[in-house]
Write a protein that binds this ligand. Structure first.
Ligand code: ZN
Length: 317
């Protein structure tokens, strides 16, 4: 069974948008090269430090507004009579913002194959309502992983004052699904400022690392991603950089040309979204080294933190 998030069939090249343009080679590609060079000449601990410094360096993840240091002698501005806040004080950019988190698949899907095999309209074509997802070789389900990371992510984001919705939490309330069209609709109807679908990949051993899937520009039927292609890329770049920093994982070595970013036009969850949205494939469950990370609660917390930091950065927080 093809997974909703499985790679495109072999022979179909990644969408052209995925290829970095030569002159404006993206920041993460440059960083990747630097990090590899550093790792080749430095002890592991030093390489880790260098990678951290490189990831923390100038780039989209660091584009928070510079902190303004007031001169010591400057007079304090008078408080605003209406709010009591100092004039010019920045409003909290996260206030009133909504994030929808979509835990990939559902732990009950494998018991509801008739329901999830039903075809739904994704604009460009029709596709299965949902899929079972993959597992590690020892049987840890992707659906279990994605729900766990999503809950951790919700906790972190709510701690930042964001409103957070999950598309489902499995169990009695959602024994299977939702279908991929409904997953998109939940983000749309919530008018989410950012939507992230959490997954892990299931490809052959030796393929390692994370990648973020961005929506391609598609317009067909109920799908029109033109308004979200740009902001979704910004969201994806933020998440990729922060995910690498918090987890220490590298961008996938089997797709995305080392950028950790892939553009796809075959995912209903992206095609039908009207809100900025990406999928995060946190690692390869079928690779023993990646699986050791994915099955670790401590690592999953780091993964959630990286995704959260990417979302918060995208929202200007
Ligand atoms: Zn998946």
């Amino acid at each position: 069974m093809r997974y909703e998030d499985s790679p495109p069939p072999s022979g179909s090249a990644p969408a052209p948008e995925a290829a970095p343009a030569a002159p404006g080679r993206p920041w993460y590609a440059r960083r990747s090269t630097l990090a590899v060079a550093a790792a080749a000449v430095a002890p592991t601990c030093l390489a880790g430090w260098v990678l951290t410094q490189v990831m923390a360096g100038a780039g989209p993840d660091d584009s928070r507004p510079p902190r303004v240091v007031m001169p010591v002698a400057a007079p304090s501005p008078a408080p605003s009579p209406r709010t009591g806040a100092a004039p010019g004080a920045a409003a909290d950019p996260l206030a009133g913002r909504t994030v929808v988190i979509d835990p990939g698949h559902n732990t009950g899907n494998f018991q509801h194959t008739d329901e999830i095999d039903r075809q739904v309209d994704i604009g460009t074509n029709r596709k299965e309502c949902d899929t079972t997802g993959t597992t590690t070789n020892s049987g840890y389900m992707e659906a279990e992983f994605s729900l766990d990371v999503s809950r951790r992510l919700r906790t972190i984001l709510e701690g930042r004052g964001l409103k957070v919705l999950l598309t489902h939490e499995a169990g009695a309330a959602r024994p299977w699904g939702p279908c991929i069209d409904e997953r998109a609709r939940i983000g749309n109807e919530a008018r989410a400022d950012a939507v992230v679908s959490v997954h892990a990949d299931g490809v052959s051993a030796g393929n390692r690392g994370f990648h973020v899937i961005l929506p391609a520009q598609v317009k067909a039927g109920g799908a029109d991603t033109a308004p979200i292609v740009g902001p979704s890329r910004q969201l994806g770049e933020r998440i990729a950089g922060n995910f690498a920093r918090t987890t220490g994982s590298s961008p996938a070595n089997y797709l995305g040309s080392g950028t950790g970013l892939v553009v796809r036009d075959d995912l209903g969850g992206l095609n039908l979204s009207t809100r900025p949205k990406v999928f995060v494939e946190c690692g390869n469950m079928r690779d023993a080294k990646d699986a050791a990370l994915l099955t670790s609660p401590e690592w999953r917390q780091k993964a959630a933190q990286g995704i959260a930091d990417g979302i918060v950065g995208f929202l200007g927080g």
